[in-house]
Design a protein around this ligand. Structure first.
Ligand code: S3P
Length: 180
């Protein structure tokens, strides 16, 4: 049986962390974010990790974090980095960790939200639209395949998204886990 965690996956800027923190507080669940955990453990930013040790090193840290979470996380909303589901081993681990929800967001909305961003190494330099197009083309099917549920976020309020997940205020998952 799956652990009763909800894992939010999707592209950078789709709202995994913002919605994840909100929904955890709203429904009295715990919240965890793989990027925050990695930055805390390493004592440096993701940009620094990428520039000093490279993307593959960062990807290995992601795998270690979710392996660790399988033993320790219960009743938790987990936001994972946008590239984490790309590794096959990570997708297998996510299946053990809980129910995966893909927060699907249009390219136009992502561009709007990421326009001013300076924290994401994969979006630095060059055309933001082109980078999003390329990464989306490589990842869209992966997100679909890795997810148990797809939630379209454009124009959706957080309350409406919570309702789509079958989560009610202050009630956590409880029996509602079956609704996802
Ligand atoms: C990445 C997404 C980022 C972060 C890193 C790489 C990606 O997380 O893990 O910059 O490959 O899509 P968010 O999706 O939370 O921005």
């Amino acid at each position: 049986m799956k652990s009763n965690n909800i894992i939010l996956i999707g592209f950078m800027g789709c709202g995994k962390t913002t919605f994840g923190k909100w929904i955890a507080a709203y429904s009295h669940m715990e919240f965890a974010d793989t990027d925050e955990i990695i930055e805390g453990k390493e004592g440096r930013s993701i940009s620094d990790i990428f520039s000093s040790d490279g993307e593959e090193y960062f990807r290995s840290l992601e795998t270690l974090v979710i392996e660790d979470m399988i033993g320790s996380c219960r009743n938790t909303i987990i936001s994972v980095g946008g590239g984490l589901p790309v590794r096959e081993i990570n997708r297998q681990l996510l299946k053990k960790l809980g129910t995966c929800v893909y927060l699907r967001t249009s390219k136009e909305e992502l561009v709007r939200r990421l326009r001013q961003d300076t924290t994401r190494p994969l979006l630095k330099g060059g055309s933001l639209e082109k980078k999003i197009d390329e990464l989306m083309a490589a990842r869209e099917n992966i997100y679909q395949d890795a997810s148990d549920l797809v939630l379209d976020t454009d124009g959706m309020s957080m309350e409406a998204m919570a309702a789509e997940l079958g989560l009610c205020k202050d009630e956590g998952l409880g029996e509602r886990h079956n609704h996802i």
